[in-house]
Design a protein around this ligand. Sequence first.
Ligand SMILES: CC(C)(COP(=O)(O)OP(=O)(O)OC[C@H]1O[C@@H](n2cnc3c(N)ncnc32)[C@H](O)[C@@H]1OP(=O)(O)O)[C@@H](O)C(=O)NCCC(=O)NCCS
Length: 159
Amino acid sequence: MGVFLRISSRMDYLIEKANWRDFVDLYRLEKVVFEQDAWPWFDLLIVLTFPGFVRLKAVHGDGGGMIGFVAGELRRGDGAGWIVTLGVLPEYRRKGIGQALLRQCERLLNSRRIRLCVRKSNLPALKLYQQEGYVVFTTWANYYHGGEDAFVLEKILPG
Ligand SMILES: CC(C)(COP(=O)(O)OP(=O)(O)OC[C@H]1O[C@@H](n2cnc3c(N)ncnc32)[C@H](O)[C@@H]1OP(=O)(O)O)[C@@H](O)C(=O)NCCC(=O)NCCS
């Protein structure tokens, strides 16, 4: 299992490849992080088991459980790697973990074009993505529960 060590001035944590054994931790994290937008359990199982997904978890450097998760998928139809989910537990936010998970996932997707979608009102995520070089590619109307639109963001990595 690959381990990507991150020691920051703000906290020590590890980024590791995730697999089906992380299902229970991911299920719990998903409920806390995404609330109404939480994926059903079978979608989480798919993301942890199907080939073609990059799945990474952040774990506390002291050996605790999962504190963050990212998954990405290469979609050959549109020639882009998609970040399909990214979340960090509330008490571990603003320590660089979301950014580190995103960067590592982008790297492993190995695609020049990366896309993702985000609620238009999700300012923390929009700030992170803007800082990481994402720009608005298009909008999907009524995409989320409650009818909120999604921004589809895109980042072109240097070739
Ligand atoms: C979005 C999310 C993953 C960010 O994770 P995080 O670990 O807190 O992010 P980081 O600490 O790596 O932040 C990196 C930068 O993003 C920006 N940022 C992150 N959260 C922010 C906030 N609440 N307000 C303003 N800027 C923010 C800042 O520029 C930050 O750098 P700084 O802390 O040096 O100022 C986290 O807030 C989260 O899990 N949110 C709920 C789930 C979600 O919305 N996921 C995205 C769905 S598309």
